[in-house]
Ligand binder design. Structure first.
Ligand SMILES: Nc1ncnc2c1ncn2[C@@H]1O[C@H](COP(=O)(O)OP(=O)(O)OP(=O)(O)O)[C@@H](O)[C@H]1O
Ligand SMILES: [Mg+2]
Length: 298
């Protein structure tokens, strides 16, 4: 299904426990209605990857994921030739030769769709529908410049060219979501082909609601105190400020420990579930010693 208004999409996303503000709702709505690729940037743990998963779930199509890393190649993104099948075909053609007439296998016979292995971009283009596929190109900033350039045709025209066969154009235009943590600046040419949205860290209330939906068993006062503490910890000078994911993990851990009311001593003893480097833990403990960071009792 597709959505004819932003509010419909917001409601559907809420139904799969993905909560959006107006800016993100607008960006996701446009990505599905005009089918322009959407580049989502934001700090770790603000829900970039989950946005694509939630979109696939509400649209009812498959999620096709390309995880980027340094050195990711065209073979992994576009298509590969099935070399073992090609080799087998050559051998079989050889065996069929009984001496009377030599069967002949031209290169053209080996570079056809029969021997083509779809990788995520081609898979997204060839997805038959009716529901659109959601193509997640995750952490594009980890790939290198050349790889980014390789995406231009696909991002601009929703098509993939296989020189030996021709150009495959999308059967049903996929909803394309790229994510980046801004570990490096992306190419202008890539940005030009995409809609853009920066996901802000959600408000305190929204964070609490997200945590509540992810950790069913958690007591309300615990969720409120833990999310407020995480939000205060984000104001410290930390190398890795805790995100929504850490808040969820922490509340999950505290719940498992049977904690229903958070206090400073419980927070200190479980700090490593929410703050993940020794330097940051030291900074947080010092802030607690100095009274700059504490569990607020509501
Ligand atoms: N708006 C939201 N609604 C519901 N859950 C959310 C939301 N934002 C984040 N989450 C939850 O927070 C966790 C982290 O989200 P996710 O992995 O999508 O973040 P990310 O931005 O992709 O992080 P990274 O940059 O580290 O890959 C997930 O468990 C997700 O369910
Ligand atoms: Mg992610």
């Amino acid at each position: 299904m597709t959505f004819s208004s932003r509010q419909e999409l917001v409601n559907a996303l809420e139904g799969v426990d993905y909560l959006v503000d107006e800016g993100l709702a607008t960006a996701l709505f446009l990505a599905q209605s005009i089918r322009q690729p959407l580049l989502l940037e934001g700090e770790p743990g603000v829900g970039k990857t989950t946005a694509a998963k939630a979109m696939a779930s509400v649209l009812g199509g498959p999620l096709i994921r390309l995880q980027c890393y340094e050195g990711v190649s065209a073979n992994e993104a576009l298509y590969e030739w099935n070399y073992s099948q090609q080799l087998l075909a050559i051998q079989l053609a050889g065996q069929a030769d009984d001496g009377s007439s030599k069967p002949w296998l031209a290169a053209d016979d080996l570079f056809t769709e029969d021997y083509l292995l779809d990788r995520p971009l081609l898979k997204a283009v060839r997805h038959p529908g009716p529901a659109p596929a959601v193509l997640l190109i995750d952490e594009i900033d980890r790939s290198d410049d050349e790889f980014e350039a390789l995406l231009f045709e696909f991002l601009g025209e929703q098509s993939v060219t296989v020189p030996e066969i021709g150009t495959f154009s999308a059967v049903v235009d996929p909803v394309v979501i790229l994510t980046s943590n801004r570990s490096r600046e992306l190419h202008d040419a890539l940005k030009r082909r995409c809609l853009y949205h920066w996901i802000e860290f959600p408000s305190l209330e929204r964070t609490a609601e997200i945590v509540r939906r992810n950790v069913d068993a958690a007591a309300h006062p615990l969720v409120t105190a833990a999310t407020a503490f995480v939000s205060d910890a984000r104001a410290l000078d930390l190398d890795k400020p805790p995100g929504v994911a850490e808040a969820i993990d922490w509340v999950g851990a505290l719940s498992a420990l049977g904690v229903t009311n958070l206090d400073d001593s419980e927070a200190r003893s479980t700090l490593s579930a929410v703050i993940k480097t020794p330097d940051d833990i030291r900074t947080a403990n010092e802030a607690m010693d100095a009274g700059e960071l504490s569990v607020s009792v509501s």
